[in-house]
Design a protein around this ligand. Sequence first.
Ligand SMILES: [Zn+2]
Length: 452
Amino acid sequence: VNDLKRQVHDLAGDALSDLRRLLAQPSIAASGEGIAECAALVADLFTSEGAHTQVLRSAAAAPLVVAEFPGSGGRTLLFYDHYDVQPPDPLEGWTSPPFAPVIRDGNLYARGAADNKGDLVSRIAAVRALRAIHGDLPCRVKFIVEGEEEIGSVHFGRYIEEHRALLAGDACIWEAGMRDLQERLELVAGVKGICYLDLALEATARDLHSSVGAIVEGAAMKLIWALASLKDPVTGRVRVPGFYDKVLEPTDRERAIVREIREDEAALKTFFGVTRWIGGKDGEAAKQDLYFAPTCTVCGFESGYTGPGSKTVLPRRATAKVDFRLVPDQDPEEIAELVRLHFASKGYGEITVTLLGGEKAYRAPLDDPFIQMVGRVAAEATGREVKLQPTSPGTGPMHPVGSILKVPIISLGGSYIGSRAHAPDEHIRLADFEETIYMMARIIEAFAASSR
Ligand SMILES: [Zn+2]
């Protein structure tokens, strides 16, 4: 066992106390509950660690916490994390209360344990371990910790734009990152974007007796038809004209990397509880779609009577939530406008289309020496097989960091596929937590060494 590993082991208990303190503080971006308090708590963690800490504020935005640890050498490693969490609902799904962190069977349970407070604390602990051994850091380390990640990072791009000098760095380690079904460590060099729409339709003056269904269509059926027109039921292709116009095809290298990813398709289908993929695709075609195809998903639908028994009614109003996961270079505002035009051309022009949140996709260059280095060091530090992915199928605010700060970005972290992020009984495995602290400390060392 080397010095660093021993040091990490010795301070893992303290790091766990820090994490429990952070998890006990609710910080629900959707409602705003505890956001200000949690930002203050995160700033306090950094200050007591000796970092130069600033809490940036902007009108109507959650505070952005920025902390800088001095170090030798000229370069700066950035860490991006977020202190906000998803709402804990449904509460009855939790074995223990979501904001009362508790250890059971070697796991730490609480809302935010995996997404993303565990990662944040493991990175601070990595800095602590290195300073305990060397007295100082071999490079500057800067943390950017936002409070609106779970609601689409609404003001994050503006913060980056306005404080680009303060937030500048040379490379960035991103939040998240899990161990997959085969216990491989996932590294992700990009994200999909998102266009999240609220659809509302009021088709009649009031709820009507459904006997007039002989001559009046009603809101529910109209909205269902409009939703059905978005997608081809056989191929799964989005039917909104212009939707694919700006899609940047993945490079041969990106396609090849996805081809190299071995996936146990049958296990994945069992895990999801499905028997087929969209369009009846299989194997390589489905895998390439998972990473590179934009999506269209009805997230919710509400109309009319859904209580017990029957009620014959022609509902006045119908609403739906729809998300599109976007790929480079699709633009969320343009996609929202294309959907409006599509509805109008189909005779559904009375549907109100509201863009609730939009983020652009981002993919970092996979051959960047920093990304390659992180892959090597992560494998070496954990003994795990590393699964490098050109993009996550999910979304995050990489675009402003990559395009404004112009740094290579790679995501890896401390959770696993069973962590239940966004769901009840969210947790991390304590063994992964310690492993991740050590891995992050090794990455900081290797980053500093690579720039000498
Ligand atoms: Zn999340």
